[in-house]
Write a protein of this length. Structure first.
Length: 233
């Protein structure tokens, strides 16, 4: 009977410990998954959101740089070196193309890709208008060049800035979503960690109970004859 009881207790303990160990393994896998999610979110915030946001600032700077350079050239009625203004515009255009290329290498959502495509279209239009303005000035039609710069040129320039503002808003919105995902993963990781600690405590208590039961079962019993013998002495 004693051995039957011991075997039953050991089977129960083995099943219970096996279940707890399975839960611990599952919790560990979930923790690893949450950590990978957190790492991915923060990497995406830097690579796909922070870098593009910085790129947008440089794009805006170069667009305004082109606008101001050409405006200054027109206000002086082309008194400056014609080759100088061409070099300035060419340098800004080269930087803009490089920045757009860097932006395109990041991860883009559908809305972001559409806005970037619209921005590139407006940039090409503005480049063509700049060339038209310079050609008019070179041909001696200064006033017509100024009108083109202030009219169609101004509208196209505003469209490029509008597209950049849209991209900025998209970056902000997606960044907030990534932060929410990171907070959710961190909260889940905290819950799983407490669960693992709780399971470890349960295992410790079970081991203590098993040790105590084993000591009680294996403790030798004193027979009545021995008790009588001891009493006579």
């Amino acid at each position: 009977m004693k051995w039957s009881f011991v075997i039953q207790q050991k089977l129960k303990a083995a099943l219970l410990l096996g279940g707890i160990m399975g839960l611990i393994i599952l919790a560990t896998l979930l923790s690893r998954r949450n950590m990978e999610g957190i790492d991915k979110s923060f990497s995406s915030i830097y690579q796909d959101r922070l870098i593009p946001a910085t790129t947008i600032i440089y794009l805006t700077e170069n667009l305004y740089g082109k606008r101001l350079s050409l405006e200054e050239y027109l206000l002086t009625n082309g008194a400056e070196n014609k080759n100088e203004i061409k070099l300035q515009l060419s340098d800004h255009n080269r930087r803009i193309d490089s920045l757009i290329g860097a932006f395109e290498k990041t991860y883009l959502v559908d809305e972001e890709a559409k806005s970037l495509t619209a921005f590139k279209t407006e940039v090409h239009k503005y480049k063509a208008l700049e060339k038209s303005v310079l050609n008019l000035c070179n041909a001696g039609a200064q006033e017509e060049g100024k009108k083109l710069f202030a009219g169609a040129g101004s509208n196209t320039f505003k469209n490029t800035i509008t597209n950049l503002n849209e991209l900025t808003n998209i970056q902000s919105s997606i960044g907030k979503d990534l932060m929410k995902e990171s907070k959710s993963d961190i909260a889940s990781f905290g819950v799983i960690s407490f669960l693992q600690i709780g399971l470890a405590v349960v295992i410790g208590l079970m081991l203590l109970v098993l040790i105590q039961n084993s000591a009680i079962i294996n403790k030798p019993k004193i027979t009545g004859e021995k008790n009588q013998y001891f009493n006579l002495n």
